[in-house]
Design a protein around this ligand. Structure first.
Ligand SMILES: [Zn+2]
Length: 364
């Protein structure tokens, strides 16, 4: 999240705080310390100090909620990239989604369960501290805050936990995670609109602000699901770049220049294939400069072959979604598409996938 800075590590998870967090911290401390000022036994800076401590406990509660999600995700072998606290609470950024709807359900519900648990703990403390008016007020407030955290997050629309639970349920029923996201995203948009309208009519602009946040994120989730659904429907071989840089080993440099380079898209390297189309190596176009042009008819492409070793290659039958995820994860923009027998189908490029999807949108 932009405007966030790293505070440290929690159980190996990078922990960030967004600057908007300080606004809440300040506002909460001020509001609550003036409330605590009513207690005559609190004098001087004590209300302010206690208000600040309660504000910190509020954020600890949010953090515990996010750690709930994170621990369940870690148990499923999912990396937690970060936890960030910001204006509307917290967010745990997971490296990938759960593999099954059941697992997704547990990741989603773990946060609210932690909040319910903390609510129970503070309620018990509230009884234990009932002899002290101040102690009871603080523990009562923290119990209420954790209950509110659990209930608010259980609103059944993405991006909230309730939305993720709804997504998991729809996923389980339909067998499609995208349908789950789309549905939960739409419900999130409805709740977003309700909060905006309700907030504006009641004059509670905080609700309107939360509604706007919901609307924005839920819309993005629904749209993302549509794109993912589309990507999952196509195979890598369908989006291979036409006229990919592939050249047979047994033609001369002269033919290579005439037929593959002059007047064609500029490639820096070509993959070299044998007579069966199997990958044998690569040739850098620059390497031809070392050979005088009058010798080009006698020198074969195979003579300038360099070994090539791809750490990653795509299989033709892999989905475009797989390809895009590999691109994103490894920060790369192209990969070769190679069959199990080593036959090179072509190159698949990030930009080419975009073009392919646009073409599909036009043709139906
Ligand atoms: Zn949550």
């Amino acid at each position: 999240m932009q405007g966030s800075f790293r505070v440290g590590n929690l159980f190996g998870i990078p922990f960030y705080v967004h600057f908007s967090w300080f606004i809440v911290l300040g506002l909460f401390t001020l509001t609550y310390s003036s409330e605590l000022g009513k207690f005559t036994e609190l004098t001087g800076l004590m209300p302010l100090g206690l208000g600040f401590i309660v504000a910190l406990l509020l954020f600890a509660s949010v953090l515990a909620h996010e750690l709930g999600h994170s621990f369940v995700a870690l148990r499923q072998g999912i990396d937690v990239k970060s936890i960030t606290l910001f204006l509307f609470g917290g967010v745990a950024s997971l490296d990938r989604e759960s593999k099954t709807p059941g697992e997704a359900f547990w990741v989603a519900i773990a946060g609210p369960l932690v909040s319910f648990l903390l609510c129970a703990v503070f309620t018990a403390l509230n009884f234990a501290t009932s002899t002290s008016a101040v102690g009871a007020a603080i523990t009562g407030l923290l119990a209420a805050i954790n209950l509110a955290l659990a209930l608010f997050n259980l609103i059944p629309g993405l991006p909230l936990d309730g939305g993720n639970i709804l997504k998991a349920i729809v996923w389980k029923i339909t067998g499609s995670p995208y349908k789950g996201v789309e549905f939960a995203g739409k419900v999130g948009q409805i709740f977003g609109w309700l909060a905006i309208i309700g907030g504006l009519f009641s004059g509670r602009f905080w609700y309107a602000l939360i509604g706007l946040f919901l609307l924005q994120n839920a819309g993005g989730a629904a749209q993302g699901a549509r794109v993912q659904n589309k990507l999952a429907a196509f195979k890598a071989e369908q989006a291979v770049t036409p006229n990919s840089p592939i050249v047979p080993a047994n033609i001369s440099l002269r033919e290579f220049a005439n037929e593959y380079i002059i007047g064609k898209r500029e490639w820096r390297k070509f993959l070299i294939v044998d007579e069966l189309g199997r990958l044998s190596g690569e040739i850098a176009v620059d390497a031809m400069r070392a050979i005088p042009t009058n010798e080009w008819p006698q020198v074969l492409v195979g003579d300038l072959m360099q070994p090539v070793n791809f750490e990653m290659a795509i299989k033709p039958e892999q989905s475009l979604l797989d390809v895009v995820m590999l691109f994103e994860k490894n920060q790369i923009t192209e990969l070769p598409v190679i069959t199990d027998n080593g036959v090179v189908v072509g190159l698949i490029e990030k930009a080419g996938i975009v073009g392919f999807l646009q073409q599909q949108a036009v043709t139906g």
